[in-house]
Ligand binder design. Structure first.
Ligand code: PEP
Ligand code: MN
Length: 338
């Protein structure tokens, strides 16, 4: 942490600031300038609240310089984390494509969609069996039956499975059917749940919370990592902003930013990120161009009758177009589609 004093700070103020920091366990480096004194406070004090320093007389500015997350940071692990999922690896050059319906609706539905997304080149089948719906009266998912349909469809077509787990009571069950445990945006700050996922044996994809900063998101990943599960990937799925024209605001900038700050792979979900089918393909292209390690896309063979998120689900032929286009983008930046 760097503390800059005001031009009018007295020697007494400066000594009081140094005393305060020393008492809280920091090593001090002082450099006295003409206008300001700069105090470097060195050390890791996780419970220290830097706002306390801002309140001291003579303090102009406090700048935190080290990241509060450790295990998730690029400094902890210079090379990127690689997560094996079935026949693919997330986090290497090939861009992994996860596709499927928002919800698993029936055995037939998931088989039809699995066949189409596999034919187009996807390697992971997505689909929710436990759905976090805004309304408690909306379709909540088929539960374990949906998981069995999904596993069978994925196995029949040589796909891996990603599906959402909504609370700790579902972890064991979802692990039996799924290759990746998806944590939904609404659960990103459910810290007791994240701790439980730290003990899970399957990789976790942690979606960004609706109004979470990148730092909060990485701190949530830290909960899972610190529990002992090192196979964590992140998923940018759009955030709430003042713009009402799209369902969410897809934060493409988060992709290169996270890649710089963290070694964890990052997946982009343009379907929830933009919320309308006609804009999903350009957002998928942008995500790959920005360096996403994978994309997750909602696809439905009959989106007009989908039980959830039909408006943002691509028709299978649109998904084929998406695959053709992201392939070109991936190759243009020295990658390929897994
Ligand atoms: C989903 O991917 O099925 C989902 C519910 O997404 P989110 O948690 O990002 O809203
Ligand atoms: Mn959805």
């Amino acid at each position: 942490m760097i503390v800059v004093t005001t031009p009018h700070a007295t020697e007494h103020d400066i000594e009081a600031i140094i005393k305060f920091l020393t008492e809280h366990g920091f090593d001090i480096h002082r450099s006295t300038g003409v206008q300001h004194t700069v105090i470097g406070a060195i050390g890791v004090q996780p419970d220290f609240d830097h706002r306390q320093v801002e309140l001291l007389p003579g303090v102009a500015e406090v700048v935190r310089i080290s990241d509060p997350y450790k295990l998730a940071s690029r400094a902890f692990r210079e090379e990127g984390t690689v997560i094996p999922i079935g026949s693919v690896e997330v986090g290497r050059d090939p861009v992994v494509v996860m596709a499927g319906p928002c919800s698993v609706e029936s055995e037939e539905q998931i088989h039809i969609i699995a066949k189409r997304v596999k034919a187009a080149g996807a390697t992971v089948l997505r689909g929710g069996a436990f759905k976090p719906r805004t309304s408690p009266y909306a379709f909540q998912g088929l539960g374990e039956e949906g998981l069995t349909f999904m596993r069978q469809a994925a196995d029949a077509h040589g796909l891996a499975v990603i599906t959402e787990v909504m609370d700790r009571s579902q972890i064991d069950m979802v692990e039996r059917y799924s290759d990746i445990l998806q944590v939904g945006a609404r659960n990103m700050q459910n810290y007791t749940f994240l701790r439980d996922l730290g003990k899970a044996s399957k990789p976790v994809m942690l979606k960004r919370g609706l109004s979470a900063t990148i730092e909060e998101w990485l701190m949530s990943a830290e909960y899972i990592l610190s529990g002992g599960n090192h196979n964590v990937m992140l998923c940018e799925r759009g955030i709430r902003t003042f713009e009402p024209s799209t369902r969410n605001t897809m934060d493409i900038g988060a992709i290169p930013l996270v890649k710089k700050r963290s070694h964890l792979p990052i997946i982009a979900d343009p379907s929830h990120g933009i919320g309308l089918r006609d804009k999903v393909i350009p957002m998928a292209r942008a995500a790959v161009a920005a360096g996403a390690d994978g994309i997750m896309v909602e696809v439905h063979h009959d989106p007009d009758h989908a039980k959830s998120d039909g408006a943002q689900s691509l028709f299978p032929d649109q998904f084929e177009q998406l695959m053709r286009e992201v392939k070109i983008i991936a190759e243009a930046i020295g990658r390929r589609i897994a």
